[in-house]
Design a binder for this molecule. Structure first.
Ligand SMILES: [Ca+2]
Length: 372
């Protein structure tokens, strides 16, 4: 080895060369380290959307990350359990009840704390308290009303004589009117059985539904007054809801033009479609809990009796078109029976008259409206 390489000058030159060659490299690798640290930060959420029903609900968002994070929202009707955290975590999102008549949306944004590096948006939608998709279209048709053969031989005489009825198209509620909807419209809840907004409202008088004073809106021969539920509902959403006529109720309960001629609404086995004495645990149940009938309607047999618009009266054997009952009477018709009675009352032909100023924890209603 040439020993001149080892004199001080040579060593100094070699060191400089090494320094010149490697300083940029050292700076460069330093940058790489920082960048690779950023790239390694992950942030994911389990879902990019969450949907809530109209009633108040809580749902969880799972965050997977190796960084600190913050959460923000853009709607006052949402609350979040935590606005920041680190590493994997869960936040709960609670939506207040949506008492409006339209769906609403919001977003929740989760950001890793290294701003601008990672961000996830979760789109939130919440259904409205009541929308048209809760009304079932019933195509008009002709049917035989009253104690037809499948109803059995023990019908009361008020279900006779059987008679032909022709109806125009109409809509009827898929569910009994819920306590949530009643509260949204009336700001009170008269129901005996509480605990969920999705229980049917009961303890409502015919007079509470139809109203007794103030301005009125006349629909299908009934005046709906300003202090009643239906008038207020119609003011809120601009529709023309009303009570079903007794004939509309029975036609819909029988499955309309899709009828399979069941004894109860949607089945010959009462427990498949109805909450009644033997399966109800002697209380109401959340609407829609049993099987639907041929038209996709729930609880027409059982849960709560349902007020109809008509005065209760005797049947005629004459064929009729769009009947709306007698012109006067003592009681208003109720149909379909209830959690508190035996199966015979849940038959589609069974009928009852109830004083319109009376109320009962067995008794609620469902909405209807004409198709034009
Ligand atoms: Ca019912």
């Amino acid at each position: 080895m040439n020993k001149r390489l080892f004199n001080r000058k040579t060593i100094s030159k070699v060191a400089k060369a090494i320094l010149i060659l490697h300083v940029p490299y050292l700076i460069y690798t330093g940058c790489i380290n920082i960048q690779s640290g950023e790239v390694d930060i992950t942030l994911s959420v389990e879902s990019s959307s969450l949907s809530f029903t109209y009633s108040g609900e809580r749902k969880d968002i799972y965050i997977t990350t190796n960084d600190s994070w913050t959460v923000s929202k853009d709607a006052s009707w949402l609350s979040i359990s935590s606005s920041s955290g680190a590493n994997n975590g869960t936040i709960s999102v609670t939506a207040e009840a949506n008492t409006s008549f339209s769906q609403r949306t919001a977003t929740i944004t989760v950001r890793s704390t290294v701003q601008g590096v990672r961000e996830k948006t979760i789109n939130i939608t919440q259904g409205a308290i009541f929308t048209e998709d809760q009304m079932v279209y019933v195509q008009g048709g002709t049917f035989t009303m009253g104690c037809t053969s499948e109803q059995g031989g023990d019908c009361y005489s008020d279900q006779l004589p059987i008679h032909r009825v022709t109806l125009s198209d109409f809509y009827i509620g898929k569910y009994e009117v819920t306590q949530g909807l009643w509260k949204a419209v009336m700001n009170n809840n008269p129901s005996y059985f509480t605990g969920s907004d999705n229980y049917p409202v009961e303890m409502v008088r015919w007079n509470d539904i139809v109203g007794t004073s103030g301005s009125y809106q006349e629909i299908k021969g009934i005046r709906y007054y300003a202090n009643g539920f239906i008038y207020k509902l119609n003011q809120l959403n601009g529709k023309q809801y009303r009570l079903p006529t007794e004939a509309e109720w029975e036609f819909a309960a029988r499955g309309g033009n899709s009828s399979k001629s069941y004894k109860y609404s949607g089945s010959n086995t009462v427990g498949n479609v109805a909450w009644y004495l033997d399966n109800s645990n002697e209380r109401t149940h959340i609407v829609g809990g049993k099987s639907q009938n041929e038209l996709g309607i729930y609880d027409m047999s059982g849960n709560v009796w349902e007020w109809c618009g008509d005065w209760y009266g005797t049947y005629s054997s004459n064929a009729q078109t769009n009947p709306s009952g007698p012109s006067s009477g003592d009681g208003r018709v109720a149909r379909g029976c209830c959690w508190g009675s035996s199966a015979v009352y849940a038959r589609v032909s069974y009928r009852l008259g109830w004083i319109p100023s009376s109320r009962n924890y067995n008794l609620g209603f469902r909405l209807a409206r004409s198709s034009n």
